[in-house]
Write a protein that binds this ligand. Structure first.
Ligand code: 26Y
Length: 803
């Protein structure tokens, strides 16, 4: 439509009338939200159609990003911004007495992921579209998103996240694009002369139905697709599903993200999910490809499939199955195409997160896929024999000790393996995947993660955005690297004050939110010290907690340093439901919070706020208000981290170990503009190699550590006897796996430096400015351009602005 404020107002009133037969003043926020989103959707739909047609006519290569998690958060604001409508719509609604921010709050987060990996997938979707690149998402439409977290008596309780209950205006069910996925049963190979035909017995057939969501590019007319699969009973199979249990089994397939894997049934379900979305995705890609292209022998030139962590690793075998079994290609030709199509990102070096599946489970879930993996493995061993030592082949082959090693399958079956930050990629090459690096050095590359400045600055922080527009113009909105122009203003008091003012306003807004949610009153004079990420031992929320307890005891014992600065500690974190240690940490944080917040002697000096249900939309409220960003994982353990990037972009200063992308952040801002502490990766590895870390000695020999740790077990921190003891034991008796005690002193020292620095406001604001300026270097638009050039070999369509 011809777009201006008046036209929009008319359109809005008409649509509200059509949909609900209501006037603006009688409509609920929910009705207003659904009205607005329906206008937004009907306005981008023709671009969606055009983009799709263009890709087809153009016939160039397309990429499909396969991910078991997508974490887009809310879509309304981001669609409005990317369409270039945000300000006009905000204004128009104001004329109608409607507050856009209020309506936006109605939308439930699309939370089909846990954390970093899922959020990265969604940032990449946004950036692919915004760079005008032909890239689509492929995943699962979970009926329930990641659980909703509540605290009851300080304990984490998990409630179902019913994100679909009031409808999802952004998705389109595409019945006609359904495919059938085969699970379980038995398979025999029958010799048909020139090929072997697999004959299936007793397999379960599942109808996979796609739900497509538009991914609107930033003011460029490109609208890509994220396709998520639902599971249904095919009508031809209805007769086989006689009991409620049988029917429920199909529903369960897409019911929850990460089913409880403490039982085998949960693990099997998880592997079924992985095969389900991989098979549905590849079938739909191949069907589309065959319609518009001639030769399957060239599929590698036209299609790229990206394996996001190992969860979609069966893609390798599924594409082989289709090429060999259904297209009757020779194994060698099929293999060549498969390796050309596939690429893989590793997101972790933590051994427990590298998937391994028992052969018997794989057999049960999809016997033909197991056969194909066995054949890939056999050929791999055969090919490498004589070229590499036997133990090296044993370490790299796919199947070992009756386990299918999914990372090995992903690396062997693809042409590219990348890590997500410099240090992480180095660790992959030198250590975790060293054997593969020796075999295939050309396959390894680094792609440091990125974030979308549109969501994390333009949408989440309009206050700062306005300041930036005034100081350096609006170019940064298209190209975040232009934020570096800010560096010229390092000594410009006006700009420094404006940045500080924007921060203050954001702190005021968060303070109100905190009071509304928790009843806790916090002072905006205090340093807002933020740690937001999944709760995991290696991320060391415990180190932060020990620091808090130390400060509390100091104040109680009258030992406060002269330059002590009041602080508000803000946590956001979910623990995996069966991760008991992480849950014990949550309980202790909550009890420390109770103790600190209700002690009149402490007053405004310290407050501890653990916000419930950390998610994308909550992050958007916290991040703009942060002064300190806690990035304190044990060096070598955090592959990259991305909250570090979001927080610096919003002017927070980073307290960090030399881990993940913190290293690149330090390289940009310089040592003077970041607070680095703790062991380095080399020092950690020295301890591993020499086996000479004895955490008990730290407890024994350091008065300060003893004082803090004893508080966990001597009743000082009330109501967490058992949890306090568990934590105490892990740090003393069980040798403190993540070197919390080793890094404690260094951490306390750097925090004292933070206080000293904060007491000089002007200097603090200068540091903050430098961080904002370099925050633009971590744009996912740039990251995705590098994927496009180095890994996928895709480029934007020539006619870029096809709007
Ligand atoms: C298989 C199962 C145990 C599993 C489930 C979830 C394994 C891994 C994951 C998720 C991993 C994840 O989110 N990794 C994070 O990826 C981010 C994006 O690359 C990184 O920034 C972050 O350091 C890493 O922990």
């Amino acid at each position: 439509m011809d777009f201006n404020k008046e036209v929009f107002k008319e359109k809005f009133k008409n649509r509200l009338d059509e949909k609900y037969a209501l006037d603006v003043k009688d409509a609920t926020p929910q009705e207003l939200y659904l009205t607005l989103s329906s206008i937004v959707r009907s306005s981008y739909s023709r671009y969606w159609r055009k983009t799709w047609k263009k890709y087809m006519e153009d016939g160039k290569k397309q990429i499909y990003y396969f991910s078991i998690e997508f974490l887009p958060g809310r879509l309304l604001m981001s669609n409005l911004l990317n369409m270039g409508w945000l300000e006009t719509v905000r204004d128009a609604l104001k004329d109608l007495d409607i507050d856009l921010d209020e309506i936006a709050e109605v939308e439930k987060d699309m939370a089909l992921g846990n954390g970093g990996l899922g959020r990265l997938a969604s940032a990449f979707m946004d950036s692919l579209a915004s760079d005008g690149l032909p890239g689509n998402g492929n995943g699962i439409r979970y009926r329930y998103g990641l659980f909703k977290q509540k605290f009851i008596d300080g304990y984490q309780i998990e409630l179902p996240n019913e994100w679909l209950d009031s409808g999802n205006p952004w998705e389109i069910r595409r019945e006609s694009k359904s495919v059938t996925v085969r699970l379980g049963g038995k398979v025999y190979l029958v010799d048909r002369g020139n090929y072997l035909e697999p004959v299936y017995e007793d397999a379960q057939l599942i109808k996979a139905v796609p739900y497509d969501t538009a991914i609107v590019g930033y003011k460029n007319g490109t609208v890509n697709t994220m396709r998520l699969w639902d599971a249904e009973i095919p009508s031809s199979e209805e007769a086989k599903y006689r009991t409620i249990e049988q029917r429920r089994e199909v529903e369960d397939l897409v019911s929850v993200l990460y089913p409880d894997d403490s039982k085998e049934s949960g693990r099997i379900l998880r592997l079924k999910q992985e095969y389900f979305f991989v098979s549905a995705g590849i079938q739909s890609i191949v069907r589309h490809f065959k319609k518009y292209n001639k030769s399957m022998n060239k599929i590698g030139e036209y299609i790229g499939i990206h394996i996001n962590d190992t969860h979609p690793a069966m893609s390798v075998a599924e594409l082989m199955r289709i090429l060999v079994d259904e297209e009757h290609m020779s194994w060698d030709d099929a293999w060549k195409q498969t390796v050309a199509v596939m690429s893989y990102t590793n997101h972790t070096i933590m051994a427990e997160a590298l998937e391994k599946w028992p052969v018997h489970i794989m057999q049960q879930v999809q016997p033909r896929i197991l056969q194909i993996i066995q054949e890939i493995d056999r050929r791999f061993v055969e090919e490498k024999q004589g070229k590499y030592a036997r133990d090296m082949i044993e370490r790299t082959r796919i199947i070992k000790d009756n386990q299918v090693r999914m990372a090995n399958l992903s690396i062997i079956g693809s042409h590219s393996t990348n890590g997500v930050a410099k240090l992480h990629t180095e660790l992959l090459k030198d250590d975790v995947l060293h054997d593969f690096y020796v075999m295939y050095p050309e396959r390894f590359n680094n792609k440091t993660n990125g974030i979308t400045d549109r969501r994390w600055l333009q949408i989440a922080n309009p206050e700062l955005s306005k300041v930036l527009d005034k100081a350096i113009g609006t170019e940064w909105r298209q190209d975040p690297t232009k934020l570096q122009k800010l560096l010229k203003h390092q000594n410009d008091n006006k700009v420094l004050n404006q940045i500080a003012n924007a921060k203050l306003k954001n702190k005021e807004r968060l303070a109100k939110f905190i009071e509304k949610e928790t009843g806790i009153k916090v002072s905006t004079d205090a340093i807002f010290d933020v740690q937001i990420k999944r709760l995991h031992a290696y991320k060391r929320q415990l180190l932060k907690l020990m620091h808090i307890v130390k400060l509390y005891l100091d104040i109680k014992q009258g030992k406060v340093a002269s330059d002590f600065q009041p602080r508000v500690f803000i946590f956001g974190a979910k623990a995996a439901p069966s991760y008991y240690y992480a849950k014990a940490i949550i309980k202790c944080i909550n009890e420390v919070a109770n103790m600190v917040n209700n002690d009149p002697e402490i007053g405004d000096k310290l407050k501890v706020v653990f916000l419930e249900d950390y998610r994308v939309s909550l992050a958007e409220k916290i991040i703009p208000a942060a002064n300190i960003s806690e990035q304190i994982s044990l060096a070598s353990k955090e592959a990259s981290g991305t909250s570090n990037m979001k927080l610096m972009l919003n002017g927070a200063l980073t307290v960090a170990t030399l881990d993940g992308a913190n290293i690149e952040i330090k390289d940009y801002v310089g040592e003077d503009n970041i607070f680095i502490f703790g062991l380095t990766k080399d020092e950690v590895y020295d301890y591993y190699n020499n086996g000479n870390y004895h955490s008990y000695d730290y407890y024994n020999n350091h008065e300060e550590i003893r004082r803090v740790l004893n508080a966990f077990v001597d009743g000082t921190i009330p109501n967490c006897q058992a949890e306090g003891q568990e934590i105490f034991d892990s740090l003393t008796k069980y040798n403190d796996e993540y070197f919390v005690l080793r890094d404690f002193e260094s951490y306390v020292n750097i925090q004292e430096m933070v206080d000293r620095t904060y007491s000089n406001k002007r200097h603090w604001n200068q540091m903050s400015l430098v961080n904002i300026a370099y925050g633009g270097m971590f744009s996912s638009d740039d990251t995705i351009k590098r994927y496009a050039e180095d890994i996928w070999n895709i480029s934007p369509l020539k006619d870029e602005k096809h709007g």
